[in-house]
Write a protein that binds this ligand. Structure first.
Ligand code: C5P
Length: 290
């Protein structure tokens, strides 16, 4: 992975804490095909994991406390998705279990790359093992859905065609690709975009998208996001010099896909002087399952 982001330093977690990687995701295609009575949107999306990671350390404690040692500025630690995930799993277990958590954020927040959801998914997957709860993958995915619509995908842990609000997942084969991502200097509000009056909500449902037809892949949220946030449109214009870029999730990140690493790296080298950028590869499997 290449990035022009400065290295982040962290209060050093203890040596006996388990260190784990929480990968980011990209939505290679995202269509909105309807809306449920509770206001949630019915989606069809292709999700892939990428080699950009938050780093999480976990250690079980006997005090029964769930403690995040690295709170994010302006976020109440109790509202942090890692703490909410651990608390939800502990409630499910009915036991008095504790965990210490350290988190190093590398995935940009508010970027449509799923960092918070990935962190929450990893806490569920790892504490399920460390607390010896033996929940199966489907049970963890169902719990994860209570924390966010993207969480089940990270527990599923491989490239997926997602339906429903993101909880119905099927494996889909896509050749390895490299991506150049630009993070525009803006934070997109997901609820604001989902509530937008001009959002496309009537795309035609499909059985299963085909990789050969990828030149037609699109993101139904891109039109309203670019209208509301000129920074996203600007980032798309920059990548459009090299191919057909797309936005991930509800933005703000935009990306371009490449079949080979050298071309991706050459484009990254051209854009990374002036923009917050990343050069990453798709992952076959979540590192937790390797
Ligand atoms: O699930 P997540 O926390 O990512 O969703 C944030 C907000 O986006 C939800 O509160 C909802 O307003 C909207 N949303 C939606 N349909 C989805 C996913 C999210 O309307 N499938």
């Amino acid at each position: 992975m290449s990035t022009n982001q400065p290295t982040k330093y962290l209060l050093q977690p203890p040596a006996d804490a388990q260190c784990l990687l929480a990968p980011a995701k990209l939505n290679l295609d995202l269509r909105i095909i309807g809306r449920r009575s509770d206001g949630y949107h019915l989606l069809e999306s292709i999700f892939t994991l990428i080699s950009l990671y938050d780093r999480l350390w976990l250690r079980v404690n006997s005090s029964g406390e769930i403690k995040l040692h690295t709170p994010i500025e302006n976020v109440d630690p109790q509202q942090d998705l890692t703490v909410r995930a651990a608390t939800l799993l502990r409630q499910q277990s009915g036991k008095k279990l504790g965990a210490d958590i350290w988190l190093q954020k590398n995935i940009p927040m508010g970027g449509g790359l799923g960092g918070g959801s990935s962190d929450a998914a990893l806490v569920l997957m790892a504490l399920n093992q460390l607390w010896q709860l033996n929940l199966n993958q489907m049970q963890l995915q169902q719990l994860g859905l209570q924390l966010g619509a993207d969480v089940p995908f990270f527990i599923f842990g491989q490239t997926a065609f997602a339906q429903g609000i993101g909880e119905k997942l099927s494996q889909i084969q896509i050749p390895k690709q490299w991506y150049v991502i630009i993070k525009p200097p803006v934070h997109v509000s997901t609820p604001k975009i989902f509530a937008h009056k001009d959002l496309t909500r009537n795309s035609t449902p499909r059985i299963m998208p085909d990789f050969q037809a990828r030149q037609h892949w699109r993101n139904d949220m891109q039109k309203v996001v670019t209208a509301e946030y000129p920074e996203v449109k600007n980032a798309l214009n920059i990548l459009a010099n090299f191919g057909k870029p797309m936005m991930s999730g509800s933005g703000s990140c935009v990306f371009l896909a490449f079949a080979d690493e050298d071309t991706a790296q050459a484009v990254y080298n051209q854009v990374s002087n002036a923009h917050q950028a990343y050069c990453v590869a798709s992952l076959n499997k979540h590192p937790f399952y390797k």
